[in-house]
Design a protein around this ligand. Structure first.
Ligand code: HEC
Length: 178
């Protein structure tokens, strides 16, 4: 009998606990934590342990040890194990202060509520793809579409200046409206 009572109490307790747990929103409450503390090593530029935490898809996909979250089971999730690890060698992030209790709670609740995230989450653009990082390449000179308008240099040499200017304008106009 006491066992059953304990069971009922446990169920009641978790129901009450659930009712009082605020809904956690991935974009608002969870992603900013990863962005601030994890992206530097698990994002676009670095993927330590093959792990990316900059999208929910990456979090679900996991790293070298496989999945880092177990949906609806935060207690069995490697990610929670690593952010709550008491020995510093294991704890994530390895640098700076550990995550706060509130941050850890938000991530736990998010996992326990099903690790829901928008389907259309965009991957951050790799800053190395920005044009300012690209090596300049020489473009080939565009071909003139109507070669007959160019004339040969010999003929051009004999034409008067206004004629040359007019030809130039005509070719430009042809090229831009063709
Ligand atoms: C300064 C770099 C750095 C930061 C910041 C960092 N990590 Fe890591 N993380 C690592 C390295 C290096 C490893 C691989 C070695 C290890 O497992 O300890 C790793 C491994 C992991 C693993 C194990 C992955 C696997 O597949 O084995 C998890 C989970 C993890 N990190 C979570 C996090 C979380 C969550 C944060 C942010 C709260 C974070 N890390 C921030 C460097 C970092």
């Amino acid at each position: 009998m006491p066992k059953i009572l304990a069971g009922i109490l446990a169920v009641l307790f978790s129901a009450v606990q659930l009712a009082f747990t605020a809904e956690v929103d991935y974009a608002r409450d969870v992603k900013p934590i990863f962005k601030e503390r994890c992206f530097a090593c698990h994002g676009v530029l670095k993927q330590e342990s093959g792990l990316r935490l900059d999208t929910a898809a990456g979090i679900r996909f996991g790293g070298d040890s496989g999945s880092v979250i177990k949906v609806r089971e935060s207690a069995a999730s490697l990610l929670i194990e690593r952010v709550t690890a008491s020995d510093e060698a294991n704890r994530m992030p390895p640098e700076g202060k550990p995550l706060t209790a509130g941050q850890i709670e938000s991530i736990k609740v998010w996992i326990d509520q099903g690790a829901i995230a928008p389907a259309n989450e965009q991957l951050a653009e790799d800053p190395r793809q920005h044009w300012s990082f690209q090596r300049p390449t020489r473009r080939s000179v565009p071909r003139v579409k109507n070669e007959s308008l160019c004339g040969n240099p010999e003929a051009l040499g004999r034409a008067s200046r206004p004629t040359l200017q007019l030809r130039f304008v005509v070719v430009l106009a042809q090229e831009s409206f063709a």
